[in-house]
Ligand binder design. Structure first.
Ligand SMILES: NC(=O)c1ccc[n+]([C@@H]2O[C@H](COP(=O)([O-])OP(=O)(O)OC[C@H]3O[C@@H](n4cnc5c(N)ncnc54)[C@H](O)[C@@H]3O)[C@@H](O)[C@H]2O)c1
Length: 430
Protein backbone atom coordinates (compact mmCIF):
# COMPACT_ATOMS: atom_id res chain seq x y z
CA UNK A 1 0.00 0.00 0.00
CA UNK A 2 1.38 3.46 -0.88
CA UNK A 3 1.97 6.08 1.83
CA UNK A 4 -0.97 8.04 0.42
CA UNK A 5 -3.22 5.01 0.64
CA UNK A 6 -2.09 4.22 4.20
CA UNK A 7 -2.90 7.77 5.28
CA UNK A 8 -6.23 7.80 3.43
CA UNK A 9 -7.30 4.50 5.00
CA UNK A 10 -5.90 5.63 8.38
CA UNK A 11 -3.62 2.65 8.48
CA UNK A 12 -0.50 4.81 8.81
CA UNK A 13 1.70 4.68 11.89
CA UNK A 14 2.15 8.25 13.10
CA UNK A 15 4.71 9.65 15.52
CA UNK A 16 4.74 12.88 17.53
CA UNK A 17 8.08 14.14 18.87
CA UNK A 18 7.64 16.37 21.93
CA UNK A 19 4.58 15.58 24.07
CA UNK A 20 3.89 19.00 25.56
CA UNK A 21 1.04 21.50 25.22
CA UNK A 22 1.13 21.02 21.44
CA UNK A 23 2.26 17.42 20.96
CA UNK A 24 -0.01 15.60 23.42
CA UNK A 25 -3.33 17.02 22.12
CA UNK A 26 -2.14 16.32 18.56
CA UNK A 27 -1.17 12.72 19.41
CA UNK A 28 -4.62 12.21 20.94
CA UNK A 29 -6.34 13.66 17.83
CA UNK A 30 -4.39 11.34 15.52
CA UNK A 31 -5.28 8.40 17.79
CA UNK A 32 -8.94 9.45 17.86
CA UNK A 33 -9.21 9.24 14.10
CA UNK A 34 -7.77 5.74 14.00
CA UNK A 35 -4.03 6.07 13.43
CA UNK A 36 -1.63 4.00 15.46
CA UNK A 37 0.31 6.69 17.38
CA UNK A 38 3.70 6.71 19.09
CA UNK A 39 4.75 9.75 21.11
CA UNK A 40 8.45 10.51 21.70
CA UNK A 41 9.79 12.62 24.52
CA UNK A 42 13.11 13.10 26.27
CA UNK A 43 11.25 13.45 29.56
CA UNK A 44 10.98 10.05 31.25
CA UNK A 45 8.21 11.35 33.54
CA UNK A 46 6.04 12.37 30.58
CA UNK A 47 6.61 9.06 28.80
CA UNK A 48 5.72 7.13 31.94
CA UNK A 49 2.67 9.32 32.59
CA UNK A 50 1.26 8.72 29.09
CA UNK A 51 1.85 4.97 29.25
CA UNK A 52 0.13 4.96 32.65
CA UNK A 53 -2.84 6.82 31.13
CA UNK A 54 -2.20 10.07 32.96
CA UNK A 55 -2.37 13.50 31.37
CA UNK A 56 -0.29 16.43 32.59
CA UNK A 57 -1.88 18.87 30.10
CA UNK A 58 -5.08 20.49 31.44
CA UNK A 59 -6.79 20.50 28.02
CA UNK A 60 -6.39 16.70 27.71
CA UNK A 61 -8.31 14.56 30.20
CA UNK A 62 -6.52 11.58 31.75
CA UNK A 63 -9.56 9.44 30.81
CA UNK A 64 -8.93 10.31 27.15
CA UNK A 65 -5.29 9.25 27.39
CA UNK A 66 -6.31 6.06 29.24
CA UNK A 67 -8.91 5.22 26.61
CA UNK A 68 -6.40 5.60 23.75
CA UNK A 69 -3.62 3.74 25.54
CA UNK A 70 -6.07 0.85 26.10
CA UNK A 71 -8.12 0.86 22.92
CA UNK A 72 -6.17 2.47 20.05
CA UNK A 73 -2.62 1.59 21.08
CA UNK A 74 -1.36 5.11 21.84
CA UNK A 75 2.02 4.79 23.52
CA UNK A 76 5.01 6.92 24.43
CA UNK A 77 8.72 6.19 24.37
CA UNK A 78 12.15 7.73 24.85
CA UNK A 79 13.56 5.33 22.27
CA UNK A 80 13.78 7.02 18.88
CA UNK A 81 14.49 3.69 17.13
CA UNK A 82 10.69 3.36 16.93
CA UNK A 83 10.84 6.06 14.19
CA UNK A 84 12.10 3.35 11.82
CA UNK A 85 8.65 1.78 11.51
CA UNK A 86 6.61 4.96 11.16
CA UNK A 87 4.94 6.44 8.08
CA UNK A 88 4.78 10.00 9.36
CA UNK A 89 6.13 12.06 12.23
CA UNK A 90 5.47 15.58 13.49
CA UNK A 91 8.03 17.57 15.46
CA UNK A 92 6.52 19.62 18.33
CA UNK A 93 9.57 20.46 20.44
CA UNK A 94 10.18 23.81 22.22
CA UNK A 95 11.72 26.82 20.50
CA UNK A 96 12.88 29.16 23.27
CA UNK A 97 15.26 32.11 23.15
CA UNK A 98 18.87 32.11 24.21
CA UNK A 99 19.96 34.52 26.96
CA UNK A 100 21.01 36.86 24.14
CA UNK A 101 17.34 36.78 22.92
CA UNK A 102 18.40 34.98 19.74
CA UNK A 103 16.52 31.85 18.58
CA UNK A 104 17.46 28.57 20.20
CA UNK A 105 16.57 25.86 17.68
CA UNK A 106 18.69 23.23 19.43
CA UNK A 107 15.61 21.11 20.28
CA UNK A 108 14.52 21.10 16.61
CA UNK A 109 18.05 20.12 15.55
CA UNK A 110 18.21 17.34 18.17
CA UNK A 111 14.84 15.95 17.05
CA UNK A 112 15.84 16.22 13.36
CA UNK A 113 19.05 14.27 14.03
CA UNK A 114 17.00 11.45 15.56
CA UNK A 115 14.71 11.46 12.51
CA UNK A 116 17.75 11.46 10.21
CA UNK A 117 19.17 8.35 11.92
CA UNK A 118 15.97 6.47 11.13
CA UNK A 119 15.01 8.14 7.85
CA UNK A 120 13.58 5.71 5.34
CA UNK A 121 11.66 5.71 2.07
CA UNK A 122 8.06 7.00 2.10
CA UNK A 123 8.49 8.86 5.38
CA UNK A 124 6.56 12.10 5.90
CA UNK A 125 8.04 14.60 8.37
CA UNK A 126 6.15 17.71 9.48
CA UNK A 127 7.71 20.41 11.64
CA UNK A 128 5.20 22.18 13.91
CA UNK A 129 7.48 24.08 16.28
CA UNK A 130 7.26 27.84 15.80
CA UNK A 131 10.41 29.13 14.14
CA UNK A 132 11.83 31.63 11.63
CA UNK A 133 10.97 31.39 7.91
CA UNK A 134 13.46 29.09 6.22
CA UNK A 135 14.08 26.63 9.08
CA UNK A 136 12.45 23.65 7.34
CA UNK A 137 14.35 24.15 4.07
CA UNK A 138 17.62 25.50 5.45
CA UNK A 139 18.08 23.34 8.57
CA UNK A 140 15.99 20.16 8.26
CA UNK A 141 16.18 19.52 4.52
CA UNK A 142 20.02 19.50 4.18
CA UNK A 143 20.25 17.32 7.30
CA UNK A 144 17.85 14.74 5.84
CA UNK A 145 19.31 14.84 2.30
CA UNK A 146 22.76 13.97 3.68
CA UNK A 147 21.38 10.43 3.91
CA UNK A 148 21.18 10.28 0.10
CA UNK A 149 17.37 10.23 0.13
CA UNK A 150 15.69 12.97 -1.97
CA UNK A 151 12.82 15.12 -0.79
CA UNK A 152 9.56 14.83 -2.72
CA UNK A 153 10.35 11.36 -4.04
CA UNK A 154 12.03 9.33 -1.25
CA UNK A 155 10.77 11.25 1.77
CA UNK A 156 8.39 14.16 2.30
CA UNK A 157 8.89 17.30 4.37
CA UNK A 158 6.46 20.07 5.36
CA UNK A 159 5.85 22.79 7.92
CA UNK A 160 2.56 23.31 9.71
CA UNK A 161 2.28 26.15 12.21
CA UNK A 162 0.72 25.42 15.58
CA UNK A 163 -2.21 27.58 16.64
CA UNK A 164 -3.30 25.87 19.86
CA UNK A 165 -4.60 28.20 22.56
CA UNK A 166 -4.37 26.39 25.92
CA UNK A 167 -7.45 26.96 28.09
CA UNK A 168 -9.62 27.96 25.11
CA UNK A 169 -12.96 26.20 25.58
CA UNK A 170 -14.12 26.78 21.99
CA UNK A 171 -11.10 26.19 19.77
CA UNK A 172 -8.95 23.08 20.06
CA UNK A 173 -6.62 21.01 17.87
CA UNK A 174 -9.51 19.57 15.85
CA UNK A 175 -11.54 22.68 15.04
CA UNK A 176 -8.74 25.22 14.59
CA UNK A 177 -7.94 25.53 10.86
CA UNK A 178 -4.48 24.18 10.05
CA UNK A 179 -2.02 25.72 7.58
CA UNK A 180 0.30 23.35 5.67
CA UNK A 181 3.23 24.20 3.42
CA UNK A 182 5.29 21.48 1.76
CA UNK A 183 8.91 21.69 0.61
CA UNK A 184 7.67 20.27 -2.73
CA UNK A 185 4.08 19.99 -4.06
CA UNK A 186 4.07 16.24 -3.27
CA UNK A 187 5.18 16.98 0.31
CA UNK A 188 2.38 19.55 0.71
CA UNK A 189 -0.21 17.15 -0.73
CA UNK A 190 0.69 14.27 1.61
CA UNK A 191 0.94 16.47 4.71
CA UNK A 192 -2.44 18.04 3.86
CA UNK A 193 -3.96 14.58 3.49
CA UNK A 194 -2.56 13.48 6.87
CA UNK A 195 -3.95 16.48 8.76
CA UNK A 196 -7.28 16.32 6.91
CA UNK A 197 -7.91 13.04 8.74
CA UNK A 198 -7.60 14.66 12.18
CA UNK A 199 -8.43 18.36 11.74
CA UNK A 200 -11.70 19.83 10.41
CA UNK A 201 -10.17 22.43 8.07
CA UNK A 202 -6.76 22.30 6.39
CA UNK A 203 -5.45 25.20 4.33
CA UNK A 204 -2.51 24.37 2.04
CA UNK A 205 -0.11 27.18 1.13
CA UNK A 206 2.55 27.20 -1.58
CA UNK A 207 5.66 26.44 0.51
CA UNK A 208 7.03 25.55 3.93
CA UNK A 209 8.57 29.04 4.11
CA UNK A 210 5.15 30.65 3.53
CA UNK A 211 3.63 28.47 6.31
CA UNK A 212 6.45 29.50 8.67
CA UNK A 213 5.79 33.17 7.85
CA UNK A 214 2.02 32.78 8.43
CA UNK A 215 2.71 31.88 12.06
CA UNK A 216 5.10 34.79 12.42
CA UNK A 217 2.52 37.19 10.98
CA UNK A 218 -0.15 35.94 13.40
CA UNK A 219 2.03 36.34 16.47
CA UNK A 220 3.71 39.56 15.37
CA UNK A 221 0.25 41.02 14.70
CA UNK A 222 -0.68 40.31 18.31
CA UNK A 223 2.62 41.48 19.80
CA UNK A 224 2.53 44.78 17.86
CA UNK A 225 -1.14 45.52 18.56
CA UNK A 226 -0.71 44.73 22.25
CA UNK A 227 2.37 46.99 22.22
CA UNK A 228 0.30 49.75 20.61
CA UNK A 229 -2.54 49.49 23.11
CA UNK A 230 -0.08 49.32 26.02
CA UNK A 231 1.40 52.58 24.79
CA UNK A 232 -2.12 54.02 24.49
CA UNK A 233 -2.62 53.00 28.16
CA UNK A 234 0.53 54.95 29.13
CA UNK A 235 -0.74 57.95 27.10
CA UNK A 236 -4.16 57.74 28.79
CA UNK A 237 -2.46 57.62 32.19
CA UNK A 238 -0.57 60.83 31.36
CA UNK A 239 -3.76 62.44 30.02
CA UNK A 240 -5.78 61.40 33.08
CA UNK A 241 -8.08 59.18 31.00
CA UNK A 242 -9.49 55.70 31.62
CA UNK A 243 -8.00 53.59 28.79
CA UNK A 244 -10.71 50.94 29.21
CA UNK A 245 -13.44 53.48 28.62
CA UNK A 246 -11.60 54.75 25.53
CA UNK A 247 -11.21 51.23 24.07
CA UNK A 248 -14.80 50.26 24.90
CA UNK A 249 -16.12 53.31 23.09
CA UNK A 250 -13.79 52.85 20.09
CA UNK A 251 -14.92 49.23 19.81
CA UNK A 252 -18.48 50.35 19.06
CA UNK A 253 -17.28 51.25 15.55
CA UNK A 254 -18.67 48.39 13.47
CA UNK A 255 -15.83 48.39 10.92
CA UNK A 256 -12.14 49.24 10.70
CA UNK A 257 -11.34 48.77 14.41
CA UNK A 258 -10.38 45.65 16.32
CA UNK A 259 -10.06 46.06 20.10
CA UNK A 260 -6.87 44.93 21.83
CA UNK A 261 -6.49 45.37 25.56
CA UNK A 262 -3.55 46.60 27.61
CA UNK A 263 -2.07 44.48 30.35
CA UNK A 264 0.74 44.15 32.88
CA UNK A 265 3.12 42.72 30.24
CA UNK A 266 3.34 39.84 27.80
CA UNK A 267 3.66 36.28 29.01
CA UNK A 268 3.85 32.76 27.67
CA UNK A 269 6.33 31.36 25.24
CA UNK A 270 4.65 32.52 22.02
CA UNK A 271 3.84 36.22 21.75
CA UNK A 272 6.95 37.55 23.56
CA UNK A 273 9.23 34.96 21.93
CA UNK A 274 8.18 34.17 18.37
CA UNK A 275 8.53 37.62 16.78
CA UNK A 276 12.15 37.62 17.97
CA UNK A 277 12.73 34.63 15.67
CA UNK A 278 11.49 36.70 12.73
CA UNK A 279 13.50 39.78 13.74
CA UNK A 280 16.65 37.64 14.06
CA UNK A 281 16.17 36.18 10.58
CA UNK A 282 15.64 39.62 9.08
CA UNK A 283 18.73 40.96 10.84
CA UNK A 284 20.73 38.33 8.97
CA UNK A 285 19.28 39.88 5.80
CA UNK A 286 20.36 43.38 6.92
CA UNK A 287 16.83 44.46 7.76
CA UNK A 288 15.75 45.85 11.10
CA UNK A 289 12.24 44.66 12.05
CA UNK A 290 11.28 47.98 13.64
CA UNK A 291 7.71 47.26 14.72
CA UNK A 292 8.82 44.07 16.47
CA UNK A 293 11.62 45.87 18.32
CA UNK A 294 9.39 48.76 19.37
CA UNK A 295 6.51 46.52 20.51
CA UNK A 296 8.94 44.39 22.48
CA UNK A 297 10.39 47.50 24.14
CA UNK A 298 6.93 48.79 25.17
CA UNK A 299 5.61 45.38 26.27
CA UNK A 300 8.73 44.53 28.27
CA UNK A 301 8.44 47.80 30.20
CA UNK A 302 4.85 47.14 31.36
CA UNK A 303 5.66 45.30 34.64
CA UNK A 304 7.78 48.33 35.64
CA UNK A 305 4.86 50.64 34.74
CA UNK A 306 2.53 48.55 36.93
CA UNK A 307 5.08 48.57 39.76
CA UNK A 308 5.36 52.37 39.60
CA UNK A 309 1.58 52.76 39.72
CA UNK A 310 1.33 50.42 42.73
CA UNK A 311 4.02 52.47 44.52
CA UNK A 312 2.10 55.69 43.79
CA UNK A 313 -1.17 54.18 45.01
CA UNK A 314 0.50 53.03 48.25
CA UNK A 315 2.11 56.44 48.62
CA UNK A 316 -1.29 58.11 48.36
CA UNK A 317 -2.45 55.85 51.18
CA UNK A 318 0.61 57.08 53.16
CA UNK A 319 2.29 53.66 52.99
CA UNK A 320 5.79 52.84 51.79
CA UNK A 321 6.34 49.78 49.57
CA UNK A 322 8.94 48.65 52.09
CA UNK A 323 7.09 46.49 54.59
CA UNK A 324 3.71 46.66 52.83
CA UNK A 325 1.81 43.40 52.49
CA UNK A 326 0.87 42.79 48.88
CA UNK A 327 -1.22 39.97 47.45
CA UNK A 328 -0.78 39.19 43.75
CA UNK A 329 -3.84 37.54 42.21
CA UNK A 330 -2.89 35.29 39.29
CA UNK A 331 0.68 34.25 38.51
CA UNK A 332 -0.09 32.25 35.35
CA UNK A 333 0.69 34.18 32.18
CA UNK A 334 -2.94 34.14 31.07
CA UNK A 335 -6.49 33.38 32.08
CA UNK A 336 -7.45 29.90 33.27
CA UNK A 337 -4.09 28.16 32.66
CA UNK A 338 -1.36 27.07 35.08
CA UNK A 339 1.59 28.02 32.87
CA UNK A 340 3.90 30.65 34.43
CA UNK A 341 6.50 30.84 31.65
CA UNK A 342 7.48 34.49 31.01
CA UNK A 343 4.56 35.59 33.20
CA UNK A 344 4.61 39.34 34.00
CA UNK A 345 3.43 38.48 37.53
CA UNK A 346 6.91 37.14 38.27
CA UNK A 347 8.55 40.44 37.27
CA UNK A 348 6.04 42.45 39.29
CA UNK A 349 6.60 40.24 42.36
CA UNK A 350 10.38 40.54 42.02
CA UNK A 351 10.18 44.35 41.72
CA UNK A 352 7.95 44.57 44.79
CA UNK A 353 10.14 42.20 46.82
CA UNK A 354 13.30 44.05 45.80
CA UNK A 355 11.83 47.19 47.39
CA UNK A 356 10.97 45.39 50.61
CA UNK A 357 7.31 44.47 50.09
CA UNK A 358 6.03 41.25 51.68
CA UNK A 359 4.49 39.51 48.71
CA UNK A 360 2.01 36.60 48.70
CA UNK A 361 0.11 35.23 45.76
CA UNK A 362 -3.10 33.39 45.08
CA UNK A 363 -3.59 31.34 41.92
CA UNK A 364 -5.93 28.33 41.86
CA UNK A 365 -4.04 26.98 38.80
CA UNK A 366 -0.55 27.36 40.31
CA UNK A 367 -0.45 25.84 43.81
CA UNK A 368 3.33 26.25 44.10
CA UNK A 369 5.78 28.54 42.40
CA UNK A 370 9.38 27.46 41.81
CA UNK A 371 10.98 29.94 39.41
CA UNK A 372 14.50 31.28 39.94
CA UNK A 373 14.54 32.95 43.35
CA UNK A 374 10.75 32.71 43.79
CA UNK A 375 9.86 29.68 45.93
CA UNK A 376 6.34 30.19 47.17
CA UNK A 377 3.04 28.50 47.80
CA UNK A 378 -0.33 29.99 46.86
CA UNK A 379 -2.33 31.24 49.86
CA UNK A 380 -5.72 29.67 50.56
CA UNK A 381 -8.28 32.19 49.36
CA UNK A 382 -10.79 33.64 51.77
CA UNK A 383 -12.39 36.97 50.97
CA UNK A 384 -11.95 38.26 54.58
CA UNK A 385 -8.20 37.54 54.42
CA UNK A 386 -7.87 40.27 51.78
CA UNK A 387 -8.34 42.87 54.54
CA UNK A 388 -4.89 41.88 55.88
CA UNK A 389 -3.17 43.22 52.74
CA UNK A 390 -2.17 46.81 52.03
CA UNK A 391 -2.73 46.24 48.32
CA UNK A 392 -4.24 43.45 46.20
CA UNK A 393 -2.89 43.36 42.64
CA UNK A 394 -4.93 41.61 39.94
CA UNK A 395 -2.40 40.48 37.33
CA UNK A 396 -4.24 37.56 35.71
CA UNK A 397 -8.02 37.51 35.28
CA UNK A 398 -8.90 33.87 36.02
CA UNK A 399 -12.61 32.99 35.68
CA UNK A 400 -12.49 31.37 39.14
CA UNK A 401 -11.70 34.62 40.96
CA UNK A 402 -14.30 35.96 43.35
CA UNK A 403 -14.38 39.50 42.01
CA UNK A 404 -17.25 40.67 44.25
CA UNK A 405 -15.41 39.39 47.34
CA UNK A 406 -12.22 41.12 46.19
CA UNK A 407 -14.00 44.43 45.54
CA UNK A 408 -15.76 44.29 48.92
CA UNK A 409 -12.80 43.27 51.10
CA UNK A 410 -9.51 44.54 49.69
CA UNK A 411 -8.64 48.00 51.07
CA UNK A 412 -6.65 48.97 47.95
CA UNK A 413 -6.80 47.20 44.60
CA UNK A 414 -4.60 47.54 41.55
CA UNK A 415 -6.67 46.07 38.71
CA UNK A 416 -4.33 45.67 35.75
CA UNK A 417 -6.93 43.82 33.61
CA UNK A 418 -10.05 45.85 34.40
CA UNK A 419 -11.32 42.51 35.71
CA UNK A 420 -13.57 44.12 38.34
CA UNK A 421 -15.28 46.23 35.66
CA UNK A 422 -16.05 48.95 38.16
CA UNK A 423 -14.75 52.25 39.43
CA UNK A 424 -14.24 53.11 43.09
CA UNK A 425 -11.79 55.36 44.98
CA UNK A 426 -9.80 52.30 46.18
CA UNK A 427 -9.56 50.71 42.70
CA UNK A 428 -6.55 51.80 40.64
CA UNK A 429 -6.57 50.73 37.00
CA UNK A 430 -3.75 50.34 34.49
N1 LIG B 1 1.89 25.95 23.94
C1 LIG B 1 1.32 26.78 23.08
O1 LIG B 1 0.35 27.45 23.39
C2 LIG B 1 1.87 26.90 21.68
C3 LIG B 1 1.05 27.52 20.71
C4 LIG B 1 1.52 27.64 19.43
C5 LIG B 1 2.80 27.19 19.13
N2 LIG B 1 3.58 26.61 20.09
C6 LIG B 1 4.91 26.15 19.70
O2 LIG B 1 4.91 24.72 19.68
C7 LIG B 1 6.20 24.24 20.08
C8 LIG B 1 6.06 23.31 21.27
O3 LIG B 1 5.52 24.06 22.34
P1 LIG B 1 4.90 23.40 23.65
O4 LIG B 1 4.18 24.48 24.35
O5 LIG B 1 4.17 22.14 23.28
O6 LIG B 1 6.22 23.03 24.44
P2 LIG B 1 6.33 22.11 25.75
O7 LIG B 1 7.55 22.56 26.45
O8 LIG B 1 5.02 22.06 26.45
O9 LIG B 1 6.56 20.65 25.15
C9 LIG B 1 7.67 20.29 24.40
C10 LIG B 1 8.03 18.86 24.73
O10 LIG B 1 9.15 18.50 23.92
C11 LIG B 1 10.01 17.69 24.67
N3 LIG B 1 11.32 17.72 24.03
C12 LIG B 1 12.28 18.67 24.05
N4 LIG B 1 13.32 18.31 23.27
C13 LIG B 1 13.00 17.12 22.72
C14 LIG B 1 13.65 16.25 21.82
N5 LIG B 1 14.83 16.56 21.30
N6 LIG B 1 13.04 15.09 21.51
C15 LIG B 1 11.84 14.77 22.04
N7 LIG B 1 11.16 15.57 22.88
C16 LIG B 1 11.73 16.73 23.21
C17 LIG B 1 9.96 18.29 26.06
O11 LIG B 1 10.36 17.36 27.04
C18 LIG B 1 8.48 18.65 26.17
O12 LIG B 1 7.72 17.59 26.72
C19 LIG B 1 7.06 25.47 20.35
O13 LIG B 1 7.74 25.82 19.17
C20 LIG B 1 6.02 26.53 20.65
O14 LIG B 1 6.49 27.83 20.39
C21 LIG B 1 3.14 26.45 21.35
Amino acid sequence: MSLEERIRRRKAEVGVIGLGYVGLPLAVEFARCGFSVVGFDVSREKVQAINAGTSYIPDVASETVQEHVKCTGLRATEDFAALRNLDAVTICVPTPLRQTKDPDISHIVAAAREVKKHLHRDFLIVLQSTTYPGTTEEVLLPEFEETGFRVGTDFYLAFSPERIDPGNRVYNTRNTPKIIGGVTPACGRLATLLYQQAVDTVIPVSSARCAEMVKQLENTFRAVNIGLVNEIAIMCHKLGLDVWEVIGAAATKPFGFMPFFPGPGLGGHCIPVDPRYLAWKLKALNYNARFIELASEVNTAMPEFVFTKICKALNQAKKPVNGSRILVLGVAYKKDVGDVRESPSLDIMRLLQADGAQVDYYDPHVPTLEVDELHMRSIQYEAERLREYDCVVIVTDHSAFDYDGIAQNAPLIFDSRNALKRNAPNIIKL
